[in-house]
Structures are given as C-alpha cells and as structure tokens.
Ligand binder design. Sequence first.
Ligand code: ADP
Ligand code: ZN
Length: 215
Amino acid sequence: MRIVLLGAPGAGKGTVAKSLTEFDGSVQISTGDILRNAVKAGSELGKKAKGYMESGALVPDDLIMDIMEVRMKEPDCQKGFLLDGFPRTIPQAEALKKLLEKIGMKLDAAINLDVPTDVILDRLTTRRTCSNPDCQEIYNIKSKPPKPDGTCFKCGSPAVQRADETEEAIKHRLATYNEKTAPLIDFYKKEGLLITIASLDSMQIRDDIIKALKK
Ligand code: ADP
Ligand code: ZN
C-alpha cells in the first residue's frame, strides 16, 4: 500500500505505521526518525535541523524535500510505503505529488487519525522513547511502562522523554500542527484520497484502515 498518515503529534502515526508494515511489507518512512538519527549522528542535516526540532518548530520544506527525494527513490519503496510525519505542510504535499508523478507512483489513500486534543496531550506528556537510535521503542509511563529502572525491555538503553516533549515544546508542536498541517486534511479531501479514522486503539485502527482500503 502507498499511504500518507495524517494526524496531530501523538495521534499514533508511528505505531499504526509499524503495525501496517507487518501486514504487507510496505516500508515505514518517518521523517521524524530520519531527522532524529541525523541529529544523533551530528551530520550536516542534523546540525541544520536540531534547533527547529527542539523548539517544536518545523524543519524547512526544502530540507525535507531533499531527504524525501532521495528516500522515495530507494528500491524498498517499490513494495509500498507508509509516510509517517510527511507531508507536514501544503508545499510538501504539492512537492510529494510532483515527485510521485515523476517516479510513476500513485497514493492509495491519506489516512487522518482523528484523536481528541485531551487524549493527545495526555499521551505526549506520558510518552518515553528508547534512547538507542536503532531501537526507538515507544513507552508510556501509564499504559506501557519501561522496566522499573527506566530502561528499554528490548535493548536495555534508557527510555527518556524527548527534548520536544516538554510542556512548552508540546504546546508549540500542537499550534504548528493546527496552523501548518491540519490544512492537509482538506488538500487530500479534494484529491479524493482522504480516509478518516476515529478509533483510539492501535489494532482497531489497523483493522479499520485495511477495511477502508478494500472498498
Ligand atoms: P511528532 O511526534 O510531533 O509527530 P515527529 O517525530 O514526526 O514528531 O517529528 C519530530 C520533529 O521533526 C518535528 O517536530 C519537526 O521539527 C521535524 N519534522 C519531522 N517531519 C517533518 C516534516 N515533514 N516537515 C518539517 N519538519 C519535520
Ligand atoms: Zn530499546
């Protein structure tokens, strides 16, 4: 499947993308993960992106498109892809449309994970992420806690609160989402690609998506 996942920070795009990957072998492409790895590695891209990310602002569109132009042409994308955290702005959505035309691919759907704001806020403040860049397992101090000593069950590295998950950064991210990313819902509605999913449980969401795609 070739899908764009839309939804506010904390809507569960990453979790849903992972479970869909297991379903049909499509690759998950998370611009957030690519950028965080670049920051960790201290690459040129990472140096440019770091300040924006920590404050909860968006990284400039041209930088994102440079990454995605390269990524979407890699052979594993032929199996299908789940775009998680991209596009994030109307210019990115327009650029993606052009890029897909150029490489002869079509989107199956844009899936909007529609989650109430109070649920989003609760999830973001309780989220912890494994600090090992090769693992990045996601925990939640209420519903899926890491080991009692705060480390990851999978790899043993500390599970930490991301720099952009402080209360101030979260507010900034949600405001940025409403201003820059929410307009994509209308963009994809006009393209005839929008599917809205209101379930909150990740397995239910996965089933709803698979059902909607069959129609
Ligand atoms: P979230 O949990 O907010 O969905 P992500 O992990 O997708 O966060 O992204 C983390 C940060 O990386 C964003 O706050 C932003 O600074 C940057 N980022 C990720 N994807 C994009 C994008 N498509 N355009 C611009 N900035 C991006
Ligand atoms: Zn881990």
